[in-house]
Design a protein around this ligand. Structure first.
Ligand code: GLN
Ligand code: ZN
Length: 766
């Protein structure tokens, strides 16, 4: 593997969860005490072996080790360097599994601790554990997982390239421990010492190369931070005999490219699926350095255009020669499912367009083979890629003329309400007749296990449609009754017919496909199956009107409709790569707009369009934000502005800090905004001190992420805090998010108390 005189194929990382979600099963068995530590380790060893063998058999030359993780690779890195906060236990004898999982998930019992924070990994739907560092943090080489996994692979007959999250990105992804304030980058010298120990250990174990991942190089960096990269790698790069590949992904390096090319490492990996810095990198690559071309897209599910990728590969080998070029996946393949051939619910046509991790290995191999042995040796793979592309381009399932025509006819007015908020507000008040400080919820109510088992039975065909529907109707009845009992002012039908807020709608829209085994890791043992948007999106029939009108008929109080917004549909799906995201968003917007119109037509007085993912769609670079926000806001408005003044448009967002996009949130022009706030103790409200949010607002007062039942007093206090910065007439009383994951025993008292808090507020202030 080291003396290559040929183009090598390389994977940056491979899915951890296993073809049949073996990791999830093993973890859950362990957590529920069904298996012991040893058994867990056995099963994970088997899984790692299977992953390596897969790649080996596909002909991959450079296979990573240490890309596996029991929970998360950032957490692994924290354990490697001994960054384990004291409250999780001593690490004198290494990091125990108990300590590891306590950091990942918290622990219960008398000395129970909360988990470390978890947050989104760049612009993916994977979540990592955020390490906590002290100002006087000392690092130490504690967990030698990287060495153990390297040796394990070698024992299995596979030479691997160990991978490590690099020291600078590690520090940039970590945060100061609560109550402290300092720049985590200040800790770099100490940390680099530990990395030197790690590299020395790998060398001693017989490794020849190492991949150092520094994805933060695709982010905006200050001059000082760039200097930190420089000094860190001057030390690391020169002190080791290992062949080092500095690995970046998820974006262009832009102004950091020069820096990356300057660092004393042996090679550089670039994600070439986003932007194009190949030519520049080829031109400025240092003598003797190698370049790893991230050509095969690890973030999407489409078959590659192998001929086009091959041309780019050749443009590099022409200049650098074969022995200095690797052809690689753009980043780890953990962001795509494992094997499309096993998707028996996809039809042959759609399946032929797709490549999951295993198919992507074949693509890599085909590219390397073409480079080393001539394109004719990879003819089959290239032909297949071409026909997949052609079939996709021509398929009537991809291009829908009606949708195209509608898009051509879009005009700005379609995205504007008839009147401004001040005019709309009294008209809506007349229609809705709500008290001040109105109470409502975000949409879903607890999904009892009966709901899930009925849905499964219906899907299997064990019960018929009538039975399923009367069951859902009875769930709606129960939910409405409970809401009336708790005293809520605006009611919902409870979403019991929905498995998932994107899937439910996607399944009723054309242009969407669903897998049955296409799992990708969201965090730890949690996996999701993102839908695939392959074609123009259109809504044929109403999707929610029946259930919402049913609910509306059962009660005298106003019932609102709940829809998932276009940006969230887009963000949580694999999207087509043959048109801009903005265009797909507009198509989604038009489809949901039709639903909004039908709900209004059916007499529903308020419609909430959820956009929890709007913040996470922000591009990694700030200079790209405006463009995204423009089309995201436009899409939301296109979805909602179809209604008359009298109909109230609401929206909901959660999961993140909205401070930096608050102006765009206001630009959505929803009549009421319900936004997560209680988890951060209303920190969010600071934003509204500086920025006067123009329309109605409900900062969530009930933290639905916790099983705790909050007290009325506590929620009252949060609301008082809110009323310091938000006009009282505009304040709504709501939970942080939907209640789907909670149980009724928690929800009932919590919401009753929430209503009580609203009543106290009314007494006090009206
Ligand atoms: N309406 C959805 C629910 O209540 C919103 C979910 C979300 O914001 N993630 O479940
Ligand atoms: Zn939410």
């Amino acid at each position: 593997m080291s003396n290559a005189t040929r183009v090598r194929s390389a994977t940056i990382g491979y899915p951890r969860i296993g073809r049949n979600r073996e990791l999830k099963d093993a973890l859950e068995d362990f957590w529920s005490d069904d298996i012991d530590k040893r058994k867990l380790q056995d099963r994970c060893r088997e899984l790692r072996h299977q992953r390596w063998t897969n790649q080996d058999e596909a002909g991959i030359d450079v296979i990573p080790s240490n890309d596996f993780s029991l929970y998360d690779h950032v957490l692994d890195t924290a354990c490697m360097v001994g960054a384990v906060p004291e409250r999780y236990g001593s690490i004198d004898d290494g990091v125990s599994l108990e300590t590891y999982f306590a950091m990942a998930r918290g622990s219960s019992g008398d000395d129970g601790v909360e988990a470390l924070e978890m947050t989104k990994w760049f612009d993916t739907n994977y979540h990592y554990i955020v390490p906590e560092l002290d100002p006087d943090q000392s690092f130490e080489y504690v967990s030698d997982k990287v060495r153990r996994e390297f040796e394990e692979a070698r024992d299995a007959g596979i030479e691997t390239r160990p991978t490590l999250l690099g020291p600078v990105s590690f520090l940039q992804l970590a945060k100061p421990a609560p109550g402290t304030e300092f720049a985590t980058l200040d800790l770099v010298d100490d940390l680099v010492d530990v990395y030197e120990d790690v590299l020395a250990d790998l060398e001693e174990a017989g490794a020849e190369s190492v991949q150092l991942e520094e994805p933060c190089l695709v982010l905006d960096q200050s001059d000082e931070a760039r200097e930190v990269y420089r000094t860190a790698y001057e030390t690391l790069g020169t002190s080791t005999e290992l062949t080092t590949t500095l690995t970046t992904y998820f974006g262009e390096l832009r102004e950091n490219l020069e820096l990356a090319l300057d660092l004393p490492v042996d090679g550089l990996h670039l994600d070439l699926t986003r932007g194009d810095e190949l030519e520049e990198a080829v031109e400025h690559l240092g003598d003797g350095q190698h370049l790893s071309l991230g050509l095969v897209d690890s973030r999407n599910v489409w078959r590659a255009d192998l001929s086009a990728l091959y041309q780019r590969l050749e443009s590099a080998t022409d200049v650098l020669g074969d022995d200095r070029v690797d052809v690689a996946t753009s980043s780890s393949l953990m962001y795509v499912p494992i094997d499309v051939e096993r998707e028996d619910e996809l039809d042959d046509e759609v399946r032929s367009w797709l490549a999951f991790a295993e198919q992507k290995l074949d693509e890599l191999d085909a590219l390397a083979t073409a480079a080393n042995e001539g394109p004719s040796e990879a003819r089959d793979a290239f032909d297949r890629a071409t026909s997949a592309r052609e079939s996709r381009q021509q398929s009537r399932r991809v291009i829908n003329d009606d949708v195209r025509e509608r898009l051509d006819e879009l005009d700005d007015e379609m995205a504007e309400r008839d009147s401004d908020f001040a005019t709309r507000r009294p008209k809506q008040a007349d229609q809705l007749d709500l008290p001040t400080f109105p109470t409502t919820v975000i949409g879903s109510f607890p999904q009892r296990s009966e709901v899930r088992s009925k849905r499964a039975a219906y899907k299997r065909g064990d019960i018929d449609r009538d039975e399923y529907e009367s069951f859902i109707a009875s769930e709606i009845d129960r939910t409405l009754e409970a809401q009336e009992e708790m005293g809520l002012d605006m009611l919902v039908h409870g979403e019991s017919e929905r498995s998932d807020m994107v899937e439910y709608f996607g399944q009723q829209l054309s242009g969407f496909a669903f897998t049955n085994k296409g799992w990708v890791q969201s965090y730890g043992s949690r996996c999701v199956r993102p839908p695939i948007i392959y074609g123009d999106v259109e809504r044929d029939e109403p999707m929610t009107v029946d259930w919402v009108t049913y609910a509306d008929e059962q009660t005298d109080r106003p019932v609102k409709g709940i829809l998932t917004g276009p940006i969230t549909m887009l963000q949580w799906s694999f999207v087509r790569d043959d048109q801009p995201r903005a265009q797909t968003a507009r198509q989604l917007a038009l489809a949901i707009r039709d639903e909004v119109a039908d709900l209004e037509e059916a007499g529903i007085p308020a419609i909430q369009v959820d956009e929890p993912a709007i913040r996470e769609g922000l591009p990694l670079r700030e200079s790209d934000w405006d463009d995204y926000l423009d089309w995201a806001v436009e899409s939301f408005k296109l979805t909602t502005a179809v209604v008359d003044d009298e109909t109230q448009v609401q929206t909901h967002m959660c999961y993140s800090d909205f401070a930096d996009i608050i102006e765009s949130v206001a630009a959505l022009d929803a009549d009421a905004l319900f936004i997560e706030a209680s988890r951060s103790d209303m920190e969010l409200l600071q934003v509204f001190e500086e920025f006067e949010y123009p329309n109605d607002i409900g900062p969530g007062v009930y933290d639905i992420h916790s099983p705790r039942v909050p007290s009325a007093g506590n929620m009252f206090e949060l609301l008082e805090k809110a009323s310091d910065v938000v006009e009282r007439e505009k304040l709504w009383v709501v939970p942080d998010c939907g209640l789907k994951t909670r149980n009724w025993d928690e929800v009932k008292p919590s919401l009753s108390r929430m209503v009580e808090a609203a009543e106290r507020l009314r007494e006090e202030y009206t």
